[in-house]
Design a protein. Structure first.
Length: 221
């Protein structure tokens, strides 16, 4: 069994997306003064590798704590959606993600995922009902047509190695989240597994009314 950590390390000063709070890790108790160590951790709900719940964009949408824990783990499939000309021509690359730089996607700076190729991949390697589709994009963005393919595939969670699958006004986010599909963003390490079936776990903290939450994401085969 080959297990890969898909999570970005959380570190002080790590930027969020679109002005979200920075990650802060400060001493609350120290060995020198108190004889033990406790840290005060402050961060946005979409820091690092995280899940988006429908509440993120919809006031009436469910929050992460309203989902059964079974929705956060199970069978999945990695689909290679990388642009053929490589990551050097795009706005937010896998190298950015590895450094914890989660810039908001810029639609005019990134290529689009090939919808025809995505449809073929979903036909040849369909997710199990309610399963997970992890898109290895290197920053390529998804159209609403591509999002509809994912919706029609029966996936319950869609992940990406980028900071997001679309740009403002976020039509892909809105289409998928409105249907209750969870989104996992800022994944790393998909290249260590490559395309094909995997088993995944994306376990968020059990925070009440969470519109999103950082996760320790792992996948294995």
């Amino acid at each position: 069994m080959h297990i890969v950590d898909l999570s970005l390390p959380l570190r002080p000063g790590m930027p969020g997306v679109s002005g979200d709070p920075l990650v802060r890790i400060l001493p609350a108790r120290t060995h020198e003064v108190d004889g033990y160590q406790v840290s005060r951790i402050s961060l946005g709900s979409h820091a690092g590798t995280h899940l988006d719940a429908p509440r993120h964009l919809f006031p009436d949408g469910p929050t992460l704590d309203q989902y059964p824990v079974s929705r956060f783990l199970g069978p999945g499939v990695i689909i290679d959606c990388r642009p053929e000309f490589g990551a050097e021509a795009i706005g937010a690359s896998a190298a950015d993600a590895a450094r914890g730089e989660t810039h908001a996607p810029a639609k005019d700076a990134a290529p689009m995922i090939d919808v025809v190729a995505l449809a073929e991949e979903l036909r040849s390697s369909p997710p199990e009902p309610g399963g997970m589709v992890l898109l290895w994009t290197e920053g390529a963005l998804l159209s609403t047509e591509g999002a509809q393919l994912l919706l029609d595939s029966g996936a319950g969670l869609v992940g990406t190695d980028g900071p997001g699958l679309d740009a403002d006004p976020y039509p892909v986010h809105r289409l998928l989240l409105r249907q209750g599909i969870l989104l996992a963003e800022n994944l790393q390490g998909l290249d260590q597994l490559g395309p094909g079936p995997v088993t995944c776990a994306f376990l968020p903290l059990n925070v009440i009314d969470a519109d999103g939450a950082p996760v320790r994401a792992v996948a294995w085969r």
